[in-house]
Ligand binder design. Sequence first.
Ligand code: FES
Ligand SMILES: [Fe+2]
Length: 434
Amino acid sequence: MTPEQNDVLCRVECDAPMGQLMRRHWLPACMIEEVTEPDCAPLKVRLLGEDIVIFRDSNGRVGALDEKCPHRRASLVYGRNEECGLRCLYHGWKFDVDGNAVDMSSEPVDAALRKTMRTKAYPVQEAGGFIWLWMGDAEDILPFLPPTWAPTAETRISIVKMHGACNWAQVLEGSIDSAHSSSLHSSNMPTAANVSGSTATESAWLRPSADKSPRIEVQKTPFGFRYAAIRRPIVDADKQDYVRMTLFVAPFTVHIPPNDQYNLSQMLVPIDDENTMFYWVAWHPDPAKGIDQDAWRKFCGAEIGKDVEPITFRKKRNVENRYLQDRAAMKAGDFTGIYGIPAQDMAMWESMGVIADRRDDRLGSSDKAIFTFRAQMYRAAQAVAQGQPAIGATEPRIPHVDLASFEGMVPKGDDWRTIGVSEAERRIGPDNAD
Ligand code: FES
Ligand SMILES: [Fe+2]
């Protein structure tokens, strides 16, 4: 990609086309657990280069306001969250969840300013463990679709959250890159002859294949694409393939293949051009199954306070301390010497630089999904810049809860493209445009 094309793919701030494309989707701002209680501490979030304060008012309603007070720009994160509004500490102006100024104590009671004063407030939804914002124009607002990991209110949802000090696109390219799991995560996903699919233990996901060079096949769809990584299994390789099928849902959601105990989805959310919030959701529709929140964070090496800082979710093991890479462990057989799947990924993504230079990449056949992502999203951003609709934002949309990834043995000759395709998706069909 040329530097100009790369900028279109990567940059999201201000008027950047990719940021405009993302503003035509509901965007996750934070986890619900970060603002659980009425009148709890407000939270600062940064999304697409905009600084926003999130708070839950006395009645339990969530507000998302411009972080800066419209009076003289003090941060509302320090504000008092009380009696159904957020009060700026500086001169006491107070705003409700809709952005209305409900008190302006430094102004005379008859001041004209009082009648019209409001601040920027973003429409908000709560679903699937996240607070979602609409950051685009009001006339473009889409009906909210619950995320794939919230088919019912009872679904068990566990979330890992981690800050990445690099651009969102290189993080996303890691999520749609099945080939790397056979090297980078090989100690966490060891080969086992006695399993027929990905099998979760307390410390690893066993895998029925030792094939490190999967054949990648891609099928584009109106929401993005699905791709299969096809590997030779250890058992009956002449009769079956081990298929891991991943879905990319524009602009930044990826459903990676499940294991025998839980489903797995990721969101790679741009904080700004040079930072990304990585969310990894492990979920199961049956609340008695799946994995609990603490066990999931422990497995990933992403425990709050131990592995990541509270509030910022910045990593304690990071580029400054070389992710505490353990060379002795490597000599003893651990592939990376870095603890936890997300930290292994972060070390690779961040080592590419804050915005990877894609001029000299040498893509191979195992990078077919990466190539498809770059071309599809580059074109989609260009389309938005030319006034056309955003990818995934035109009706009829496939309900997100109807989208599913897949992994398992597939008899040779069967078409992976038909596996797990919902009736809604079948009706709309694939995207056969070149
Ligand atoms: S800066 Fe917020 S009330 Fe003055
Ligand atoms: Fe990875």
